[in-house]
Design a protein around this ligand. Structure first.
Ligand code: ATP
Ligand code: MG
Length: 146
């Protein structure tokens, strides 16, 4: 699925829509967010997390790697692998401990093998002052939703 997002508000609306289309129980869903610096990954993630009922700030996980949210529809783990440069660092992340929630991952290409475990790959790219977004289903259940 492809869509043009003319401004930040459109990215926020798209993040909210993705959340609303997922099953009530978010556990086990993995969404990969691709795109260059400033493409809109965090804007999407913030909108997704707020739509799930989080009222406070959504700090960047760039330094913590993971920011956890415990919400009524389950846990959401916002992951940013931008700073990860080798597999040793990934071990600190404790990926398997994030199984009980929904994982939303910026810079997923830093972690080889993530694609095999994911449901959606969402790619943002610059286009005429706004962004293009492309959503790819990576699992059968994601294809059914798409
Ligand atoms: N559809 C859009 N059109 C124009 N600007 C947008 C759109 N979506 C988001 N933005 C703006 O792009 C800027 C960067 O967004 P954001 O921080 O979400 O990018 P990012 O992909 O997470 O970047 P990074 O790789 O540095 O983490 C923000 O100022 C945001 O308002
Ligand atoms: Mg970001």
């Amino acid at each position: 699925m492809r869509r043009y997002l003319p401004d930040e508000a459109a990215t926020i609306a798209f993040g909210r829509e993705m959340l609303e289309r997922l099953p009530a129980d978010l556990a086990g869903w993995t969404i990969l967010l691709n795109g260059e610096l400033g493409a809109g990954k965090s804007t999407f993630a913030r909108a997704f997390i707020r739509a799930a009922g989080h009222g406070g700030a959504v700090p960047s996980p760039t330094y913590t790697l993971v920011e956890p949210y415990s919400l009524s529809r389950g846990n959401i783990y916002h992951v940013d692998l931008y700073r990860v440069s080798d597999e040793e660092e990934l071990r600190y992340l404790g990926w398997n401990e994030l199984d009980d929630g929904c994982r939303i991952v910026e810079w997923p290409d830093r972690a080889p093998g993530l694609v095999e475990q994911a449901d959606f790959s969402i790619t943002f790219s610059y286009e005429r002052g706004g962004r293009n977004v492309e959503v790819t289903a990576l699992s059968e259940r994601a294809a059914a939703l798409l």
